[in-house]
Design a protein around this ligand. Structure first.
Ligand code: ATP
Ligand code: MG
Length: 207
């Protein structure tokens, strides 16, 4: 019988407050490593892990994600979490994608940094997430893949480690730099830097 090759799609979830070259490098290397036809960036609506913190409006984060990815033919952005009211859980997003005709038959690769992977036990129904998609853990500064040994065996065995260039960039540090009037050029795409300046984002003390 003819072997059917399923379409492979990467999902890159994040707050993207703001999106930076660390996110883009991770998505691009996952695209190459797993021969993905597409990487779908999914900015969070109201992230459960960041409840109570003052985060940038979903629309601004969505627009920055579009600006950063628009030139890449295999990067796309989804509003699926932004348009959902209430808290965003990864399991709900994956189930919603599975219900969309274009992703119903695709093999899904959920891409996260090692820091996020180590947190996975605290996510809603991690084992169910793992049963619906593959998990890719990309290198992140301050973490080694050896740390994955700390995870429960059942979860760890479903995670594929992927070495990528360590870019010591975080959105937290970018927000801090803007607040302190330090340039973020060469850390984010020029269009994202210009948008942050134009909209005066991250200027407030408690943002
Ligand atoms: P914050 O500092 O606000 O938490 P962040 O830089 O960690 O921001 P997120 O939006 O939280 O960005 O991250 C989304 C996903 O991208 C997570 O899985 C995270 O681990 C991963 N990621 C973020 N920055 C990097 C980076 N520099 N290299 C690799 N992966 C990254
Ligand atoms: Mg983070």
């Amino acid at each position: 019988m003819e072997k059917i090759n399923k379409r492979r799609v990467g999902i890159m979830g994040g707050t993207f407050d703001p999106i930076h070259y660390g996110h883009l490098r991770a998505a691009d290397d996952a695209h190459t490593a797993f021969d993905l036809s597409e990487v779908l960036f999914v900015p969070t609506g109201q992230p459960p892990h960041k409840a109570g913190k003052n985060i940038t409006s979903a629309e601004d984060r969505y627009i920055m994600t579009i600006l950063a990815t628009v030139d890449c033919p295999y990067f796309n952005v989804s509003r699926i979490e932004i348009d959902r009211t209430g808290q965003s859980y990864t399991i709900d997003t994956i189930k919603s994608l599975r219900n969309m005709p274009e992703y119903a038959d695709a093999e899904l690769y959920f891409i996260t940094g090692l820091d996020a992977v180590m947190d996975i036990v605290s996510w809603k129904t991690p084992e169910e997430i793992m049963s619906l998609c593959k998990f890719v853990a990309v290198s992140r500064h301050g973490y080694t893949h050896k740390r994955m040994e700390e995870l429960p065996e059942k979860l760890r065995s479903a995670i594929i480690p992927l070495e990528i260039p360590l870019l010591a960039i975080s959105s937290t540090e970018l927000r801090d730099r803007v607040r302190r009037n330090w340039s973020i050029r060469f850390l984010v795409p020029p269009s994202v830097e210009n948008y942050i300046i134009k909209k005066s984002l991250y200027r407030d003390k408690d943002n």
